[in-house]
Design a protein around this ligand. Structure first.
Ligand SMILES: O=P(O)(O)OC[C@@H](O)[C@@H](O)c1c[nH]c2ccccc12
Length: 256
């Protein structure tokens, strides 16, 4: 299994996010490979969900395209299976907990292990409720990546202290999507995390420009970009792969 910490130790990590089966399996597979070949150090792959409370309009629209294509959890694993014939890029899945529960915690984590999926990011699974899944994920060497917001307050140290893989620092409250400003509190939050763990920290929510990637990359060990990339996919241009390649290169360059 790919060790996420080792990936973060080697470089400032650029982690693009796309939605599985948006708009079809072939495009998702191709796009992951393109991103991996053009600077993505880890790819975050989203499982489309019917009630994505933390997702903004761009990602919700991508979920709808995937549902139109008939996406199921099994489709997501099929996509990764195809990707694995072409690249060993580290992959984490972004999913709401209900999808994992329905598939079966053990079956889900076992499939992740088989496909070298390094971690799970589950925005609606609070620390207080993660014990059962965490034990099963750990058994299969899959990291359960916690999310921390600047508003997490006193819970920051508690969440950080038990983190594995990396810590997803949400740059702001609200839903995913592009933002122009980032809170000054981010630096404080990251300092609080650093005080209790050496687990790497990645910032996501709102990042879209190389300049932002550069600035936030100074604060953290990596950055995550979703909506800006999903927006490129939404337009379905004929040269999508070239556009993804250019964008990924520009972000990776700004980070290093
Ligand atoms: O789209 P943005 O603002 O670039 O943020 C990343 C984000 O899309 C991705 O990590 C993500 C997609 N869905 C989520 C739900 C919760 C937390 C994070 C996410």
């Amino acid at each position: 299994m790919t060790n996420l910490k080792a990936v973060f130790d080697q470089q400032k990590v650029f982690m693009p996010f796309i939605v599985a089966d948006d708009p079809d399996v072939e495009t998702t597979v191709k796009s992951i490979v393109t991103l991996a070949e053009n600077g993505a150090d880890v790819v975050e792959l989203g499982l489309p969900f019917s009630d994505p409370v933390a997702d903004g309009p761009v990602i919700q629209a991508a979920d709808l395209r995937a549902f139109k294509a008939g996406v199921k959890t099994a489709t997501v694993f099929e996509i990764v299976e195809q990707v694995r014939t072409q690249t060993a890029v580290p992959i984490v899945l972004l999913t709401y907990v209900n999808l994992v529960y329905k598939y079966g915690y053990d079956a889900f984590c076992q499939r992740c292990q088989q496909l070298d999926i390094s971690g799970l990011v589950i925005p609606d699974l609070p620390l207080e409720e993660n014990a059962e899944l965490k034990a099963i994920a750990t058994k299969h060497h899959v990291a359960l990546v916690p999310l921390i917001a600047p508003t997490s307050g006193k819970r920051i140290t508690k969440i950080a202290a038990q983190a594995t893989g990396f810590i997803y620092v949400v740059s702001a409250m609200g839903v995913t999507g592009q933002r122009e400003q980032f809170s000054k509190q981010l630096a404080t939050t990251i300092a609080q995390i650093r005080a209790v763990t050496t687990v790497p920290v990645a910032i996501g929510f709102g990042i879209h420009s190389p300049q932002q990637a550069h600035e936030l990359g100074q604060l953290a060990d990596g950055i995550i970009i979703g909506s800006a990339i999903v927006k490129l996919m939404a337009a379905q241009p004929v040269d999508l792969q070239a556009q993804l390649a250019n964008y990924a290169q520009s972000i990776k360059q700004a980070l290093s």
